[in-house]
Design a protein around this ligand. Structure first.
Ligand code: KIV
Ligand code: ZN
Length: 511
């Protein structure tokens, strides 16, 4: 056990705290399934007491995940702990993660509590959480700016109360690797019952040191790392899971430690999180960036061709960068489609859902001939027009662009089942399409982000569009994919409008 590092993924909780990265319940479930496939030890699914939507999302994840522990966050308050326990009840393995700030700044200015009150809250909340599960984690929020003597006292007491994981977060991304490593080592050495708990680290990336700090802590004895896919998270983000895991694996000579992670699932997880949140991955991002394994200079290319290890410390296949694999084509049948979707971890809840997705596949195969895994994944996204019954659906779109002429779009859409026609000019065909939609819908929403990525390479590939809209405290991401990017854009825009219109959608966690 001491040679294993537990990977605690908080993409669905801290990751979702990135401005604009809110996820629907179903999106959280899809990401959770991918994290389970990747063999993450613990999935922090959300903060149940934050809102009814957060509660439902944690409960939905707890209901489907069987191989990973599902965790819910709770402030050191009775109401939060009871809410986390209730949301986690369906889980096969559940963890309650309770926290309270221990730094003088946070205790005085934010909590307005004395150190003794904080101490009492910490012990009482761990004691209460233990009534619901044996697996309780306690975090000293803002640990790096806390007094180590006070932390020793609190941690010793919460371990006595039953906490089995002790997390020492660098909440504001202030630590420097050697200092953070020393802090973790000192705590483990000084706390008399430290051997009864696993020490965990949770680093933010404000100085770009989250991964380095996490690794320094592991060297000093931490055996759980809290991290997120693509380093998503509050402000500058959290330690990136893919970087922590690959550093431990690639430098096993230094660390001598392993994780349970199936590293071939890293790139699919990165793509899924990027698609759902609309946060693109920068091309030069370590491990999961498009250029992470690309060799441009002649000297490097020559070296890699002669002997791969001259310039590569990891293999692209190890982290799931398969060369685009042609999987299905226009003559593939329903069974082949269902089987490949199941292999990709995309189950269908009903025959009707399978049939609808298969129809979309046939339409795409007619246009595109060669269908890759990435195309199949995009078929699983619920773009408008795909989901009959959505409030706004695209029926038809005509876009015109010609040099010297104003771009125009004309579209037919259904609003609550009734067909409407609209037309508009814009600065380009996409802008014209959005304006034509707004003429009908008049949502008043603010467009915060518009981004296009190609799903596979080549001009024949599908464009995948993300649109982020904000309105009355909700921030939603809409997705659309099509070989025609104007159609993909209109679909993404309508998808976002449908999310805004749906009362069951959660408020953005930052609100
Ligand atoms: O950054 C932080 O301190 C947190 C805690 C809730 C663990 O996210
Ligand atoms: Zn955090």
């Amino acid at each position: 056990m001491m040679n294993m590092v537990k990977i605690f993924d908080t993409t669905l909780r801290d990751g979702e705290q990135s401005p604009g990265a809110s996820m629907t319940r179903d999106e959280k479930v899809r990401i959770a399934r991918q994290l389970e496939r990747m063999r993450v030890d613990i999935i922090e699914a959300g903060f149940p007491a934050a809102s009814p939507g957060d509660f439902e999302a944690v409960r939905a994840v707890a209901s489907v995940i069987r191989e990973s522990t599902v965790c819910g966050l709770a402030r050191a308050q009775e109401k939060d702990i009871r809410s986390a326990a209730e949301a986690l009840a369906p889980a096969a393995a559940r963890r309650i993660h309770t926290f309270i700030a221990t730094s003088p700044l946070h205790m005085e200015r934010k909590l307005r509590m004395s150190p003794e009150q904080v101490f009492d809250h910490a012990v009482a909340s761990v004691t209460l959480a233990r009534q619901f599960t044996d697996d309780v984690e306690f975090s000293c929020e803002d640990a790096v700016r806390s007094d180590p003597d006070f932390m020793c006292r609190v941690i010793e007491a919460v371990i006595r109360a039953g906490a089995r994981t002790i997390n020492i977060p660098d909440t504001v991304g202030y630590a420097i690797p050697f200092q953070y490593g020393d802090l973790i080592g000192d705590l483990i050495q000084r706390i008399p019952n430290a051997d009864q708990a696993i020490f965990s680290v949770h680093c933010h990336n404000d100085l770009g040191l989250a991964v380095a700090n996490s690794l320094a802590a592991v060297q000093a004895g931490a055996r759980q790392v809290e991290c997120t896919i693509n380093g998503l998270g509050e402000r500058a983000g959290n330690a990136a899971l893919e970087e922590v895991v690959m550093a431990l694996r690639t430098r096993h000579d230094i660390f001598g430690l392993t994780t349970r992670i199936d590293t071939t699932q890293i790139v699919p997880a990165s793509r899924l999180v990027s698609t759902i949140t609309g946060f693109p991955v920068q091309p030069n991002k370590a491990v999961v960036g498009a250029n992470a394994f690309a060799h441009e200079s002649g000297i490097h290319q020559d070296g890699v061709l002669k002997h791969r290890e001259t310039y590569e410390i990891m293999r692209a296949e190890e982290v799931g960068w398969n060369a685009n694999k042609l999987v299905l084509g226009k003559h593939s049948g329903r069974n082949a489609f269902r089987t490949r979707m199941a292999e990709l971890g995309i189950p269908f809840e009903s025959e009707a859902a399978l049939n609808a997705a298969f129809q979309r596949f046939k339409v795409l195969a007619d246009k595109k001939h060669e269908i890759f895994d990435e195309d199949l994944q995009s078929l699983a996204c619920d773009t408008p027009g795909d989901v009959s019954g959505a409030h706004y659906e695209l029926v038809a779109l005509m876009a015109h662009s010609e040099t010297g002429e104003p771009p125009r779009a004309r579209l037919v859409l259904t609003v609550g089942g009734a067909e409407q026609i609209s037309e508009a000019e814009g600065s380009g065909p996409v802008d014209a399409a959005f304006k034509a939609i707004e003429r009908v819908v008049m949502s008043g929403a603010e467009l915060q982000l518009y981004s296009v990525n190609n799903i596979t390479s080549g001009t024949e590939s599908q464009g995948e569009v993300t649109v982020r809209l904000a309105h009355e405290g909700r921030i939603v991401n809409g997705l659309g994919a099509d070989t025609d990017i104007v159609v993909a854009s209109a679909c993404a825009y309508l998808n976002a409008l449908n999310k805004l219109a749906s009362r069951s959608e959660r408020l953005n966690p930052q609100v």
